[in-house]
Design a protein around this ligand. Sequence first.
Ligand code: GDP
Ligand code: MN
Length: 403
Amino acid sequence: MNLHEYQGKDILQKYGVRVQRGIVADTPEQAVEAAKKLQAETNTPIWVVKAQIHAGGRGKGKIAGTEQRGVALAKKIEDVETIARNILGNRLITLQTSAEGKVVNKVFVCEDTYYPGDSEPKEFYMSILLDRGKSKNVIMYSPEGGMNIEEVAEKTPHLIFKETIDPTVGLQPFQARKIAFNLGLSGDAVKEMTKFVFALYKAYMESDSAMFEINPVLKTSDNKILAVDAKVTLDDNSLYRHPELAAMRDVTEEDPTEVEAGNFNLNYVKLDGNVGCMVNGAGLAMATMDLIALSGGSPANFLDVGGTADAARVEQAFRIILKDANVKAILVNIFGGIVRCDRVAQGVVDAYKNIGDIPVPVIVRLQGTNAEEAKKIIDESGMKIYSAIEFREAADRVKEVLA
Ligand code: GDP
Ligand code: MN
C-alpha cells in the first residue's frame, strides 16, 4: 500500500527522523491557514506547496494544460493561495503518472528548508527495501540525490551505493558511518547522518514497510540532515498489525476496478492489452498471459479468481473484466484440481446468462477433473462461448477471434 508524502513523513517523525515540516490542506483557504500556522511554529520565511499524489516527479511535473509545477515555492502568503488554487482539483502529469495525470486532492504546505542564500545545501538519495535475492534489507544511497536520480543511475551507476543489513544483527554503527563517509560527509555531519540512518531504519522495520525512498535527504550548511520527501510503501501483508497505518489508505489513488475486485477477494491487476483473462492460480495466470502474448495478443489484466471458481465469482470476474473498454476477447483458463471443471463450466454458462449479452468472444479452456463433461456443457449451451481443452488450442482461438 502506497502512502502520500505527508503520511510518510508522519511515520518518519514518530521514529525521530528529522523531516521538512508541513501541514496538509484540502482547499486554498486551508492552505493559507496552514502557511500561517507553519510560519508561527517554524519561523519559515517562505513556503513550498507540494501536490499530494501517489507518484513522484512532482517537482518537474506540470498541472494539465498549465505551467504550474507540482512542487512550487511561495514567497508570499498570496502565492500559497494561488499555487494551491492552481493545483487542487486538477490533474498533475509527471513522468511517473499516465499521460492523463492524477487528480490532486490535497496539498502539503511545507517550510522552506533550503535557507535562501545557503551556500551548500546538499541533496542525497536514500532508500530502504528488501533485496529478495539475498533475503536481506538493503539501504541504497547516493551523494547525487535530487530530481535527476534516474539519470545518475543510468549514467554514473558507481555513484549509487548499497549497504546490506543482516536481519539477525540489524543495522550496525560501522555501516551507518560508512554510509556517511560515502556521502562525502565529515565532522558533525557524520554524527547527524548516522543518527538519521538509524532512525530511518527503525521506522522502516517497525512500520513493516516494503519500501522507503527519501529523495532528497538534505544536508543544510549548518549540518542538519532531514527528509525533504518521503515515498513509503507498506507491506500489505502486515497491515493487520497496524490498524493506524491501514487507515491511511487512500482508495481515490487506486484503480477503481482493482478496488472493486479486492472487495470480492479477486486478485486483479489492470494492464493495457486487449485480451481479458480469468484464471485460477497466480502461476497459471502468468503462463496464460505469456501464451496470449505468444499468440499475438496482449493481456488486458491479470486476474486470479482463486480456488473457488463458482458461478458467483465467475460472474463477478466477468463483470470486472468487461469494465475495461479495451477488452476485445476473454480467455477463461481454469485448471480443475480442487474445483471440478463441469461445475466451473456451469458457472460460466450461468454467469453468461445472468450478464445477458457479453459483447466480446469468450474462449473457455478447462482442464482437469471432468474436463470432457465441462466441454460438453459449454458446447451445448447454445451460447457464443468457444471451448477448448488444450492450452494451445485456446491460444489459437484467441488469435482467430482477434484477427
Ligand atoms: P518530487 O519531485 O515528487 O520527488 O518532489 P520532492 O518533494 O522531492 O520535491 C522536488 C524538489 O523540490 C526537490 O528535489 C527540491 O529540489 C525542491 N524542494 C523541496 N523542498 C524545498 C524547499 O523547502 N526549498 C527549496 N528551495 N526547494 C525545495
Ligand atoms: Mn522527491
